[in-house]
Design a protein around this ligand. Structure first.
Ligand SMILES: [Zn+2]
Length: 191
């Protein structure tokens, strides 16, 4: 098993072959992990939250769901979820405009991680915000709740096509989404 450590406030990418399994691990608990997946040679095709929501008829995906790209191609299946099972699909990634100048952010983490694979995304797609609990109130409103993920919780995914998976340990300390105190890291285990 190969592990990739994602330090706090940073992002990392890994190439997955079709059929490969990976676990995104909340190594210390309560950490939101913004997650994307891209076609390995064409970054205009990527895991799409809006296409996956209509493919599953769900706002929150669960074990057995097959998520799709913006070209409606299967890209990731949720094989296991050892977490409270709440993974926001609605919020944009934090970016440079979210913070004072120079603050790390998920959008820049995504670009940096993809650069290592020679890819430049034309846009920052809506991330799949693993372990993030954006509560849907009254069928209309959103309210930030702290991540309920415990240390060691993970989501296991199977690649349905060759792809580059990118995960960012969200640097946000606002709104309490990753609990109190400094943000933590995460880990990608290839199994
Ligand atoms: Zn973020």
């Amino acid at each position: 098993m190969a592990s990739i450590i994602i330090p706090p406030r940073e992002g990392r990418a890994v190439r997955l072959a079709r059929g490969g399994h990976v676990r995104v691990v909340n190594s210390e608990g309560a950490q939101v992990v913004d997650t994307w997946a891209f076609h390995p040679s064409d970054p205009t095709e990527f895991l799409s939250m809006e296409h996956s929501r209509v493919a599953t008829y769900k706002i929150l995906f669960e074990v057995g769901d097959c998520l799709v790209t913006n070209r409606r191609a299967p890209i990731l299946t949720i094989v296991a979820d050892r977490s409270p099972g709440i993974h926001d699909t609605l919020y944009a990634a934090c970016d440079a405009l979210s913070y004072p100048p120079g603050h790390p952010n998920c959008a820049d983490n995504l670009r940096a991680a993809l650069r290592d694979f020679g890819l430049t995304p034309a846009v920052v797609p809506c991330p799949w915000n693993l372990f993030e609990h954006a509560a849907i109130v009254g069928g209309r409103y959103l309210r930030d709740e702290p991540s309920a993920a415990r240390a060691g919780d993970y989501v296991e995914l199977r690649a349905e096509m060759d792809c580059i998976l990118v995960c960012s340990a969200c640097p946000s300390t606002g709104y309490g989404i990753s609990g109190d105190g400094p943000t933590r890291g995460a880990r990608i285990d290839q199994i």
